[in-house]
Design a protein around this ligand. Structure first.
Ligand SMILES: [Zn+2]
Length: 398
């Protein structure tokens, strides 16, 4: 199973210059090949094959106007061609095959102004993690790495990325062997909600951590600032960079939170069930933005791959499971409720039900997991909770 591990790089000015050159050369090779294919297409000629493009690259390096391509690792240039090939492959597949997936655009020319610049080194480029912790990149140098966690095994490739905020990262691909964790008893259903990030069938409600919410607030402020700046002004450029930095901080904080929470859930539970997000039907509403911000799909993807990696069961509950309409105690269905109704009395058994926990229990049940429903019952109370309230604590179960 292939996993990506990403680390921040601290390149010295000489590395930054060499990387800029490598980004530029990779872009040029990519664009030359794209142009060759477009011209062949326009002239009604057969598409130049991958091998033909590769041969042309070798020739280009000997020509005087492309001679500086030799200053960059040839693997980086070959990988730029490989990127173009896979971009075309994806495009043709999406055009010919099923139409249900997202429409993929044909490859576009890369620009120096693109927010993300990247080059890739494969194993035959002889990149190396040195004993002193630096990353040796051919024709770039030994770049310091912030090892936030250890690499589990030798990487098969590394992509060096410069993001919109001007930060550098190394993203390693490693082959990880699935290793089952010791067996455990609990099974859990998860409702991904709007009032809380996640609600568990055992009655726990999990919010995004404060540092993440603070970073999100700062990002919104920066975006407002940016929209007020004059187009094309120097101040707008500065504001744009501040937005990019705030964005990067939010993305990092969110990824950390998702990693910590998914690891904890996988460690503590033998089986996990979540509702398929498309089913929530929120993506098309005006709640779509907050749904997006919550980053659920990235979180669910983490739960899924970690389940495979650590030998846990993972279930995605599909359509037609009305999780918020059915009482998880007596299974009486009493119809849809507007989103602001956070708790209600069941028409069947008279229990006061917490909307989110009830849904989480139903998700677990729909997946056939063994969970109790005791967490879903709450004390009767006002259904409109004050802002920032942490939720009703689950009643103990006897
Ligand atoms: Zn009931």
């Amino acid at each position: 199973m292939q996993l990506r591990y990403r680390y921040r790089l601290d390149p010295a000015p000489r590395h930054v210059a060499a990387l800029a050159r490598a980004f530029g050369c990779a872009r040029m090779v990519f664009n030359d090949a794209l142009r060759a294919r477009q011209q062949a297409h326009a002239a009604g000629l057969p598409f130049p094959t991958d091998a033909e493009l590769s041969r042309r690259l070798t020739l280009a390096k000997r020509s005087p106007e492309r001679v500086w391509l030799a200053e960059v690792s040839s693997v980086v240039l070959q990988q730029a061609l490989a990127d173009l090939n896979s971009a075309y492959r994806n495009y043709f597949t999406s055009r010919s095959g099923n139409r249900s997936g997202p429409r993929i655009q044909p490859p576009r020319f890369r620009s120096r102004k693109d927010h993300r610049q990247a080059i890739r080194f494969t194993r035959n480029a002889y990149f190396k993690v040195l004993p002193n912790g630096k990353l040796r990149l051919p024709k770039i140098g030994d770049v310091p790495v912030r090892w936030s966690r250890p690499l589990p095994s030798p990487p098969s490739s590394v992509t060096v990325i410069r993001d919109a905020a001007g930060r550098y990262f190394a993203s390693f691909v490693v082959e990880a062997d699935p290793a089952a964790l010791p067996k455990t008893e609990p099974e859990v259903g998860i409702d991904l909600g709007l009032t809380h990030f996640a609600v568990l069938s055992d009655g726990r409600k999990i919010d995004a951590p404060r540092f993440l919410r603070r970073a999100e607030k700062r990002l919104r402020r920066r975006q407002r600032d940016l929209s007020r700046k004059q187009k094309g002004s120097h101040n707008r450029d500065k504001a744009r960079l501040r937005v990019a930095r705030a964005h990067a901080r939010v993305a990092d904080a969110r990824r950390d939170f998702h990693h910590q929470l998914s690891t904890r859930l996988i460690r503590d539970n033998q089986a996990i069930a979540v509702e398929d997000l498309a089913v929530k039907g929120l993506a098309r509403t005006r709640l779509a933005k907050s749904v997006h911000d919550a980053g659920w799909s990235a979180f669910v993807a983490m739960l899924e791959y970690k389940s495979r990696l650590y030998g846990r069961r993972f279930h995605r509950i599909g359509r037609f499971t009305p999780t918020s309409q059915t009482c998880c105690l007596c299974e009486v269905k009493d119809g849809p409720k507007p989103l602001h109704v956070r708790a209600w009395r069941c028409q069947g058994c008279g229990a006061w039900l917490d909307r989110d926990i009830n849904a989480a229990v139903n998700v677990a049940r729909a997946a056939g997991l063994a969970v109790t429903a005791c967490g879903a019952q709450v004390r009767p109370g006002p259904t409109l909770a004050p802002r920032g309230e942490a939720g009703t604590p689950p009643k103990s179960c006897h």
